[in-house]
Structures are given as C-alpha cells and as structure tokens.
Design a protein around this ligand. Structure first.
Ligand code: PMP
Ligand code: GLN
Length: 380
C-alpha cells in the first residue's frame, strides 16, 4: 500500500538533521535553537510539587483557568490590553502547534497566505497541508526588513492571512513602529487575518520594545497571537505555548484544538500559573540574553565569519564569503564534521532553497559553550 503524500516536497526538518550530525560528530551544537544551561529550579520544583499534590489528570481543554488568568494579567501589564482569559486564551502544546492550529482554523483550500522569507520552516508546510497556497516574499538583504510595497502588490482576493514573526527567526530582525503603521495601513478595510508568531517576545535587545499585535486593538481584532513558554523559561522540551485571539476566533481555534490534542500537560500549567506572577523572571530576559549575544559577537571577531545585525531571538546570522564559496548546506555539514560546530544553513528557510551563503548560529548557550565553539571556528 502506498500513501499519497500530503507534503510531497518536504523532507526531514533541518533542525533534526543538524542536531543528528552534531551528535554523530560530537560537535558543539549552535544549530537547533535551545538553551544548554539549566532552567529555574524554583519552576521545576513547582512542577514536581504539582505532581506530588495530585495534579496529574487532564487539564481543561482550553488550559487551566488559573494559568490563563495569570497570562491575561501579564498581557495587561506588558501591552495595556485586556484579554478575556475565559474566551480569548488557549494553552497549546507549544508555539508551533499554536501557529499550525491558527492557520488550520482559518484556511480553506485555495486561500493564499503571505509570509516572509527566510521563514521558520514549519510555516509553508502548515499552510500547504491545509490545501492553501503560501506566498513567500523576500525580506530585504542584509537587514531583513519587510518590503511593504511588495506586500501590497502581492495581495489578491484570495489572500486570507499575513504571517508575521517578530523577533524573527532566523535573522533576529524586529518589527518597528513604522512596520506597524504600514501593516495597519495595508490591512485596513480588508478581511485579512494576521497570524503572529511572537515566541521571542522577551528576547529583544538594545532597549527595543516588542511590537506585539496585542498592543494595537485594530490589529488584535484580526489576529491570532502565538507564544511559547519554552522560549521564556528556558524549557523548549516542555512544548507548551498559547494562542491569544478574539473570542469568535478562539471559539473556532478550540474546535481544531479539542480534536487534535484536547489539553496539555497539567503539572506545568499548575506551576506556571503561579510562577508567571514573578515579573522579574521575564523582565530580566532581554538583558540576560543580550549579554550572550554580545559575548558571542565579540568572540566571533576572531573568525572570518561576518556577522549580520541581530536585535532579537536566539540567533545571529553570518556570511562566510571570506571562508569559502561552497553552498551554505555543504559548509554547514563540513563545519559539523570537520570543525565540530553545528549551525543551520539559511537556505533551509527558503521555499526555493535560495543560498545567500549565510549560516545561523544560536547563542542561547553557556559562555563556555560559545567559547569552545569559537575556538574551533577560528581554525576555519
Ligand atoms: N516559532 C519560531 C519562530 C520558533 O523559533 C519556535 C521555536 N521552535 C517556535 C515558533 C515554536 O516553539 P515551540 O517549541 O513552543 O513549538
Ligand atoms: N525554534 C528552534 C530553531 O529554530 C527549534 C525548532 C525545532 O527544532 N523544531 O532552531
């Protein structure tokens, strides 16, 4: 028997490929984005306590109400917007799932979704599996900004949504107030939804503010805004996130969610409901991660990689024209095997595997890991 593939053009995700290579060649893994330092002991203790206290059965389908209430308080504190925890927040098994579910909630076959490349590698398959068409637009090189004239020129009657990611993976570019004004102007008077990927909301540097869709009532009214606890609390393996969307959208989102996952890991929700009240745990994040970014940038000056700007996320991209003219994929494989450092080739984030000869480094690592990686990269 043969399966007619729903995703005929998709192989194994680059993150799995590069992490497997890192393990095989004992490379320092600056490829897949995850921290290698411990998370908060207070938070893990709270999860253990929740288990001991018997919170081990299904959580309610939309998520524990205490957690949703804490999130609504956080949103009001950060973005001065009131969201209803009962009808506008849904806890999900990770940010990727929240984005997939947002798209599945709104897309009909033949719809078009505008997104920006380089793009996180789940977006296009998430669109295509719903029978919709991805319309990837290039971000400008090398500052990776959105070309709003191109966005306006690419809108058709089939455009159902614009997918936005700020701070941006893989480039670390961020939306500024001008982008928000352009976005408002572009969607005004249309029925275009916004699917916003804000998993790096706290990983933003140089004092820049995070321009959340939640800050702008006219944008929020057409948005699904998606987050990940993994990024905020250094626990990517928990795969826990949430989607905030207006009540009518959330009602449909939950129809998709309830027959896919139904509900998420209860003990972590009990723990996070309380831990979220500690504002310092997230307010200290930009400074904490900026130090890592700056430390890595300084170390990398000893190498022949030319780092591009990054204002957010876990990542910094680097062009390697002074090292070689091989493809970014070949270089990334060679770096893992010969230099012992895993990276991600940027072509993996383009539908047509466009190769600008750029690789991505993840700096959410212990200083000693970054140091060890750079000692190896100097030799290249
Ligand atoms: N969007 C982007 C841009 C990401 O980098 C990640 C991190 N993997 C996610 C979404 C999803 O995070 P999660 O691990 O919670 O699914
Ligand atoms: N978001 C992380 C990255 O971009 C990991 C994603 C994944 O492994 N699926 O590297």
């Amino acid at each position: 028997m043969q399966i007619k593939s729903k995703l005929p053009n998709v192989g194994t995700t680059i993150f799995t490929v590069m992490s497997a290579l890192a393990t095989e060649y004992k490379a320092v893994n600056l490829g897949q984005g995850f921290p290698d330092y411990p998370m908060s002991e207070e938070l893990t203790a709270k999860v253990a306590e929740a288990m001991k206290n018997g919170h081990n059965q299904y959580a309610p389908m939309p998520g524990l109400i205490g957690l949703r209430e804490s999130l609504a308080e956080k949103v009001e504190f950060l973005y001065k917007t009131k969201v209803n925890p009962d009808t506008e927040i849904t806890i999900t098994p990770g940010g990727t799932y929240a984005i997939y579910s947002s798209l599945t909630t709104i897309l009909q076959p033949g719809d078009e979704v505008i997104l920006f490349e380089p793009a996180y590698d789940s977006y296009i398959p998430n669109i295509e599996i719903n029978g919709a068409k991805a319309v990837p637009l290039p971000l400008t090189y090398p500052d990776y900004k959105i070309d709003w004239d191109l966005v306006r020129a690419s809108i058709t009657i089939k455009t159902k949504a614009i997918l936005i990611n700020s701070p941006h993976n893989p480039t670390g570019s961020v939306l500024d107030q001008n982008d928000i004004a352009e976005l408002k102007n572009t969607v005004a008077g249309t029925d275009i939804f916004i699917v916003s990927d804000e998993v790096y909301e706290h990983l933003i540097y140089d004092g820049l503010p995070h321009e959340s869709m939640l800050k702008h009532p006219d944008l929020f009214a057409r948005s699904f805004v998606n987050f990940s606890f993994g990024k905020t609390y250094h626990c990517t393996g928990w795969k826990l996130g949430y989607c905030i969307a207006p009540a009518a959208f959330t009602k449909e989102f939950r129809k998709v969610h309830q027959f896919n996952c139904f509900s998420c890991f209860t003990p972590a929700q009990v723990a996070l409901a309380e831990y979220l009240k500690n504002k310092d745990a997230y307010l200290s994040l930009p400074r904490f991660m900026q130090q890592k970014r700056d430390y890595f940038i300084e170390l990398m000056k000893q190498t022949k990689f030319d780092l591009l700007n990054t204002s957010g996320s876990y990542f910094v991209c680097a062009s390697y024209g002074r090292i070689s003219d091989e493809s970014d994929k070949d270089l990334a494989i060679r770096l893992s095997k010969e230099a012992g450092v895993a990276t991600i080739p940027l072509s993996a984030f383009y539908h047509n595997h466009k190769d600008d000869k750029v690789v991505r480094f993840c700096f959410s690592k212990q200083n000693k890991t970054l140091q060890q990686a750079v000692e190896r990269l100097i030799k290249i």
